[in-house]
Design a protein around this ligand. Sequence first.
Ligand code: TNX
Length: 544
Amino acid sequence: LCAQPISTTSGPTVPGLTTPGPTVPGLIPVPVSYTHQPGAFRVSASTSIEADRQLSGETASFLQQAIEQLTRYRLPIGQPAQPNAIRLRIDSTMITQREGYRLVAAPGALTITGHDKAGVFYGLQTLVQLLNQAGPSYGIASCQIDDYPRFSYRGMHLDVSRHLFPVSFIKKYIDLLASYKFNTFHWHLTDDQGWRIEIKRYPALQQKAAYRSETMIGHKKELPHRFDGKRYGGYYSQTEVKDIVRYAAQRHVTVIPEIEMPGHALAALSAYPQFGCLKPDGRPGGPYQTATFWGVFDDVFCAGTDSTFTFLENVLDEVVTLFPSTSIHIGGDECPKTRWKTCARCQARIKAEHLKDEDELQSYFIRRIEQHLNKKGRQIIGWDEILEGTGPSLRLSPTATVMSWQGTQGGIDAMRQKRKAIMTPESHVYFDYYQSLYPEEPLTAAGYTPLSKVYAYEPVPAEVTAGEAAYLTGVQGNAWSEYMDSPEKAEYMIFPRALAVAEIAWSQRSQRNYTDFLRRLRLQEPMLSRRKINYANRFDEVTD
Ligand code: TNX
């Protein structure tokens, strides 16, 4: 089958594009290599799915359902040696890369061999993309595809605090992430504007922190229709959370929850004001109200009282029972030190712990929470501010992962400290920013990040050595929802830009080619439409 490649995507360019003949199909992310032969495999009513025992359950039925949705054929699973079969195999000797797979299509048989279950699953996703582009006879040109990811962490984020999204949308989002070979969903569950996860020990988080009153005067950029005087909010019950985590796991997506601290804590403080700082005159802080506009707020968790830590540790104890992820995201971003400077308890903590200043107090805060999670067998991920105030003693443990959002310096510093880093710079992968200059673009936060700019992002900074770059685990796109007040708006902002991130995260650097990406993106449109994604479809003509 490998004999005469007609086109291949390996090498610095995409030769299939510059030479006549068949080109690489419209796959996103582009695979490591694609070779084409004469002939075709056809899915018909008489096709069967044959699977290794360990794949005959969820993996095979996932494929069965995907094919049925598209073709209406319900293919039988498990009959051996049928004449026209899709075969699913695991062979970690033949396929050496984790999450890697080989797909071989030929008349009469289509075989997907994975290094592991995830590899087979990604082979299936490739097959589903091919079938979506195949036309009514469901023919797939004979070919061999060899494929594996560049990065082990391929993430997309969603902020459900600023606006809440229904469980059905979260699942649709996870489905889409899996389709494009993302393996992590970073779920931003708490912030100033709402606490969105049920914590049984603290019922006021559900009763109070999950809602905001819209009667306050808001920021002038706030979405006006939210000011209707009605309570806005809600939360995910633990049953719903477990259901989502299970749903994601079936699609090889790890859900990483984010519980924000010490900043972005107004919603929690509205329910439990005792965990805020003391006023300069020593009286309790507050009153606090769940935020009704966007920004960074001075009221944060008090770092001076042990009761704050007990509260957060109890919260995290429930969180770890719901999320099996190795890492828990504890936020750490944008924590003003205004209150800590005038709070007698915080100042006493600085003295008692021999800390230099409030930056070191933040570092103490993060480290204390980190130690608790480490005891539970978990590691932390934090925004790049978790590096602040760490000094030469590096107060964080070596297992902490830094998510670099304020540009890339945090990620570079982390790699140089031999810490894992995930690149998610605001400059390139923030999907709350404008994607075109069309005057009719709906209101967004700010910025201008067209698809071409996202696609051009290279996560390995030029200034790091190969040894340092080994600490870069991957890349993530972020969807802050201040200006995404519905699933439709979120889809519009996130797609197709997330597909550019998918390709950055999965495909080899040498294979990235924006013109070819746009060609393949056009071929993805029928699938996006079939799945009713409200994606922005003027991506290739960004003008002023
Ligand atoms: C900064 S990125 C934030 C978020 C906002 C976002 C808006 C980060 C760690 N913090 O709280 O939603 O900017 O772009």
